[in-house]
Ligand binder design. Structure first.
Ligand SMILES: Cc1cc2nc3c(=O)[nH]c(=O)nc-3n(C[C@H](O)[C@H](O)[C@H](O)COP(=O)(O)O)c2cc1C
Length: 165
């Protein structure tokens, strides 16, 4: 029996995932969206992938500008996650009025206070259903492991709890 979109979503809701903001710059304007569909591809060379809906405002700027950053959010950045998911209203450059940091190697915008930042040059974009899988070559990395991670699970934000050893 074919799997309905609802059944698929019901399963994916049980996949706890770290929350990121994917950000780009095209023709001098920044764009970004909240994304959990982010995955490591290879360490040699350093590559990752992010799945972006073709209707997302940042999709064409990433495809045409060929740069993007993946900002791994800290627990205190839940509001920023809602902002870049379009839940608080602002679109386009207005989303960056909160949280914007310095640029790294590619010129893609980077967010202050992230746990990790991967600054990427686009290698390829593969169409898959409603989304494009963007593969990026990582040109710079920032890390701050002292910050706790922000997790998304069953439609809610959460924290990581350590199991006893
Ligand atoms: C926790 C969370 C995770 C999301 N993950 C993704 C994702 O991986 N890919 C994606 O295309 N949209 C994802 N979204 C939805 C986009 O953030 C949202 O549709 C965004 O506003 C893009 O559309 P817009 O920029 O045109 O408003 C996610 C939203 C939330 C709240």
């Amino acid at each position: 029996m074919p799997v309905t979109p609802e059944r698929f979503v019901a399963g994916m809701r049980l996949h706890a995932a770290g929350v990121t903001i994917v950000a780009t710059s095209f023709e001098g304007r920044p764009f970004g969206l909240t994304a959990t569909a982010v995955c490591s591809v290879s360490a040699e060379p350093p590559q990752l992938l992010v799945c972006v809906h073709r209707a997302a405002e940042a999709h064409e700027p990433i495809r045409r500008g060929r740069i993007f950053s993946v900002n791994v959010l800290a627990a205190g950045q839940r509001r920023l996650a809602d902002r870049f998911a379009g839940r608080l209203g602002p679109r386009g450059a207005a989303r960056f009025e909160e949280g914007r940091g310095t640029r790294l190697a590619t010129g893609a915008p980077v967010l202050d206070g992230a746990r990790a930042v991967f600054d990427c040059a686009l290698v390829t974009g593969l169409e898959a259903g409603t989304h494009t899988i963007f593969v990026g070559r990582v040109e710079a990395v920032l890390t701050d492991p002292t910050l706790a991670p922000l997790i998304y699970h069953e439609g809610e934000y959460g924290l990581v709890a350590q199991l006893p050893a």
